[in-house]
Structures are given as structure tokens and as C-alpha cells.
Design a protein around this ligand. Sequence first.
Ligand SMILES: *Cc1c(COP(=O)(O)O)cnc(C)c1O
Ligand SMILES: [Zn+2]
Length: 503
Amino acid sequence: MKPQDFPKEIKPFILPSHDSDLMYRCLGCGHWFGINKLLYTCPDCGQVLLIYDNNFEQLKKTPADVWRKTFDYRKMLTIPAIEGIYLYHEFIGPVIPLDSIVYLGEGHTPVVEANLFLQKKAGLKFYFKNDGQNPSASFKDRGMASALSYINYLVQEGHISDVLAVCASTGDTSASAALYAAFLQPKVKSAVLLPHKKVTPQQLAQPLGSGASVFEIPGVFDDCMKVVEALSENYNVALLNSKNAWRILGQESYSYEIAQAFEYDMENRVVVVPIGNAGNITAVMSGFLKFYETGIITCLPKILGVQSEHANPVYRYYLEPDAAKRKFTPVVVKPSVAQAAMIGNPVSMPRVIHLVDLYNRMSGKQNVFFIEVTEQSIMDWELLANRNGHIACTHGGESLAGLVAARKQKIVEEKDIAVVDSTAHAIKFSGFQEKYFENNFEAEFEVSPDPALINAPFYVHPEGLAKVPSPGKPLDGEDFDRFVNETSRDIAKRLGLKKVFKA
Ligand SMILES: *Cc1c(COP(=O)(O)O)cnc(C)c1O
Ligand SMILES: [Zn+2]
């Protein structure tokens, strides 16, 4: 639909205008900095930053009802710049002009109701939000669209040139960064650092295919992160980890989409997310808070942050009920099937601490909870979900295992309705499914397969069948007929099929 064809009351809002005043704010010393330079940490105290809009109060002047209608009507536009996360432009990156926005099909991922069998098993109604249906098959594309749109804007304005974008990654950040950078080549090039043998073959293939410079580093993600931080402090590179506050802004779209998917009714809703570097849960809280402050939603959903026992620093931090006594200590991670969340020292921890406190205060009660799950339960729930028509990755399994644990602990009730974040596509992590099915997990994973969930292919070669076809060497005549008949008979026997008698 063309902008001029929208109803009169919506027309003035249908296209975003950008009269905002974004600034970085340090969560340590509280100092403010302009956004015309790429900053990752506070130049004064070194703490992480978040981006705030000094004109946010302006947004409250538009009635909530008009905002809701505007977002709903915007779905009818055919302007690529607003078809992804920037449908919520005023809340995400209101300084970026539409013609600087990079849109590769990210955002607006499906919210799919779990089948009744799974809902019954979990003990409440729930949906998956399939963020694996983003262009690089994980939610990271939301933040990358935001970070690269901003970089594209700086390039177009002549503030920067010949950008080298770098990141450390557990696999999905680099896949996404390399994809968006490739779209902007040659103005933007990318280099990614991965922990050697700690990303899946699919995840390694992605930045290679996008033409990034790929470096494999000994150790785990936390080690890679230190190297990339040293690069960003000493050289002229653009850091694309979620330390970069532009990533957080883009990832807030996940919350806005959930609000919109449920017609802005957040009563009794529970939003479940896995936690690694904690950028995602930061963005999810921040997004809901912004919609709440502007009245677009009238209550805040409960948030469950889930971690594996093998990488649980955030969960441990919140074990101490007395906020004054809490002390953050990084953990040494153990191998985890939720490999993209295998992080012992999350960069966004100060943001989490700040936002959990604010979120609970705004909710008037504890409304953010942290759950720990076993590696075994992550695998079992992932595989069970996928046997019921879903496409959950191991982190989707982790979220679901967390929801089930929270239901058992009565943190979540039967009347609640949950949205479980499947942060990537199942096929990125199919190696873990393979280990499960072949029962060859290394002992440190602490996963032993449930025989009821195992599946394996049968190789069909009926006994006594001398000739079979092979590529380039087809069979014909009687040989071919015998092959077809005996092979189909063998399959029918294995499946227990009954023969149809034709009159
Ligand atoms: C990055 C990632 C996570 C963890 O998200 P954080 O923002 O680092 O907490 C979880 N699942 C997948 C698939 C990821 O790629
Ligand atoms: Zn500071």
C-alpha cells in the first residue's frame, strides 16, 4: 500500500521522521557522549555504554493507540527500509535516514504455537519465536542490521571510510557480521575471530562464504573476546560484538515484535531467553521497558533468563537474594551443547544488573528470573520439540528446558502464556543431534541419550540382490525391476506395511 492511501489519522505517522537526539551513556560513571564517533566503552571509566534518546519524552506525546495503529499499518508498506526491524524506527535508531538502512530480510520472525502434546508436557500454553528464520539463521541479524545501518550512515555522511568490522564470536555473531559487511563491500570489510573447534561446521562455513577474513584462536570465546578488545583499543577497527550498543538497539525489535504479535496485551505473558554474553536479555528488557514507558503495552511480561549448568555466571550472580551482597564472578565454562551461549564472563553483565533492577522496580515486583538447566535437559527438550514439528536449536531447547523448570518451581503458572526464544535454526547445531543419536558425546558434556528420541537412517540393500544402481551406472531391464521390487519389499517389511490387493 502506498503512503498516501493510509487513513487520515495515520498518514502523518506512517513514514518515520528522525528528529531524535541519540547519545551514549556510561553505566559506570553516568557520563554522556555524542554518537558521531563509534564508542564501545566509556572513554572516562572503561565501563559499557547504552544508547539513549534525549528526545524520548517526545515519543510519549503520541497517544499509545496511535503508535499501535502506526506499527500495524506499517506492515502494509512496501518500503524495504521499514520491512525489517526499522518498522519500529522511532524506538530503534531514529537518527538513521531510511536510505542508509541495510535490510537483508531480518526480523518479523514467526511466532508459532507449540503443538498440544508439547504444551501438555510443559504444563502451559507456549509459543516458539523462530529467530532461526533470520537471514543468517540466528537472532544476531537484528543487532547487525542496526550496527551496519549505522556504519553505512557514517560512511555515507563521510565521517568514516574503509571500515574493517571485527568481532569475536561463538559462531553466530561472525556469520551475521560477515553477511552484512559483505553486502556493503568494498566500503566495509570484515574479520572474525572464532575459538578453534568451538563453532559448528555450518557456523564456520558462513563467514567463509561471505568472504570475511576468518581467524581461529586457541581457547574459548572469552579468550577471543579479549583479543578482539585489544584490536579495537589499539587499531582503527569497528567492533561488532554486543559491546557495541548499536547491536542492543536492533535486538530490542524482538520485544516489539512479541508485543505486536499479541496485540500489545502482555498480561500473564512470559518471555524466555537463553543467556550467553547477555546482549540479548539486555535488549529484551530494554525493549519492553520502552514500550511500557510510552504506554504501548500496559504491563511488563515476566522474563526468564536461562543458562546451562556449564556456563552459568548470571544465574550464580542472582542466587544471592540480597542485592547489596551480590558479587559478580566469572566462571570457567565447560563444554555445552548451547555452544553459542558458552560464555563465562558476559560483556553485558553491568547492563543486565542495571536493567533487571529497573525492570523489577517498574513492574512493582520481581519480574525477571534466572533459571539453570542441565545439558541433558537442553538436548532432550530440543529433540522432543523438533519431533513435534518445531525447528528449535539447542538454545531453543535450553529456553524450553528453562520454562519447564520454572513451571515446576512455580515461577510460572498454568494460566501463563510463554514465548520461547529459539535463537537460531536447528540445522546450525545438528552436530549435537548427531552426537546424541550416535551416543558419542564426550564425557564432559554429561549427556546420555534417551533411546526413545534416537533416530538413524537404514541403509537398504536387500540380501541376495546382486546388482544395484550407482551414479552414472543405471540399471535397466530385469535387473532394474528386481532392484525396485526387492528394495520396496524390504522397506515395506521394515515399516510393517500391509499389501494392498487389487481386484
Ligand atoms: C549469541 C547467541 C546466544 C546468546 O545471546 P547473548 O546475547 O550472547 O546472551 C544464544 N543463542 C544463540 C543461537 C546465539 O547465537
Ligand atoms: Zn564511564
